[in-house]
Design a protein around this ligand. Structure first.
Ligand SMILES: NC(=O)c1ccc[n+]([C@@H]2O[C@H](COP(=O)([O-])OP(=O)(O)OC[C@H]3O[C@@H](n4cnc5c(N)ncnc54)[C@H](OP(=O)(O)O)[C@@H]3O)[C@@H](O)[C@H]2O)c1
Length: 243
């Protein structure tokens, strides 16, 4: 499989380069970062992007023009990127995931099931910890968890989301879903969904200890995406067989 890599100079990009070099079935057929974009002649079986929304948008437009399936891992995507994803999905298969770890995708499914099984008296809060360099907060994964549990309870996340309790001097309102983001050190990524009731508390936690899991998950997604028809493809449905 020939891979075009967008964000090749980044942390995840470099892990991808290592994994590609270590696997005889994979090759790097082009690379882009802040300074360099793909050559017009660059070709590949799939494009993988872990970069910055600005580069993600350009890479998606490139992939759509060249009819190359795209795996998008960049988070904090802006409106222009989201539009580019929808437009690209008319021409190519696109897999966008805020988190390419298998464990996190299982957590998403477990959290949704738990939110649906436990009544609203089990109040939901979500916390996440990431390394000091991370730009967006709450993390894309925390928001994806919020969306999954809100949907499971028939709620619209935007209507119940609370990011900053210091602004309101008020007790917790029914149905609220609160987010806390902690930044520091070299934490690869930690997410906990709390279900808090009177007398008991359930916590579902995932801890990433090595950021290579994201690169491995993206490569798995890439393998499964090649040959599919155009459209959005959900990472969990690609890899969590039968859950
Ligand atoms: N979905 C997942 O599973 C997952 C997992 C981990 C990270 N992520 C996300 O993936 C993205 C990259 O993470 P990372 O830790 O690898 O970040 P990073 O080390 O900061 O690398 C970012 C990459 O994007 C390029 N870039 C940065 N700003 C740019 C700009 N304004 N225009 C064009 N290119 C730009 C950088 O190029 P230069 O080196 O030339 O600056 C570099 O190649 C982030 O959005 C992160 O949140 C997703």
């Amino acid at each position: 499989m020939r891979i075009l890599l967008s964000g090749s100079s980044g942390v995840i990009g470099r892990h991808l380069v290592e994994l590609i070099e270590a696997d005889a079935a994979l090759s790097l057929s082009g690379a882009a970062d802040r300074e360099h974009f793909f050559d017009d002649s660059a070709d590949g079986d799939v494009l993988i992007d872990f970069s910055h929304p600005e580069l993600t948008r350009r890479s998606l437009e490139f992939a759509a023009r060249r009819k190359i399936p795209a795996v998008i891992g960049t988070t904090g995507l802006d409106e222009a990127c989201l539009r580019a994803i929808e437009q690209a999905a008319n021409r190519i298969p696109v897999c966008v995931a805020a988190n390419f770890s298998l464990g996190v995708n299982l957590l998403l499914a477990l959290a949704a099931r738990t939110a649906a099984s436990l009544g609203p008296e089990y109040e939901i809060e979500i916390s996440e910890i990431h390394h000091r360099r991370k730009l967006d907060a709450p993390s894309g994964t925390a928001l994806a968890l919020g969306q999954a549990v809100a949907k499971a309870r028939g709620l619209d996340l935007d209507g119940v989301r609370v990011d900053d309790r210091s602004r309101h001097r008020a007790p917790r309102q029914p149905g609220e879903i609160g987010f806390q983001a902690i930044r520091g050190g070299d934490v690869a990524g930690e997410h906990t969904v709390y279900f808090l009731a009177d007398g008991e508390r359930l916590e579902l936690t995932h801890r990433a200890t090595d950021r290579r899991i994201f690169a491995r998950g993206a490569l798995l997604a890439a393998e499964k995406l090649v040959g599919r028809p155009p459209g959005r493809v959900d990472f969990a449905s690609l890899v969590l067989d039968g859950f």
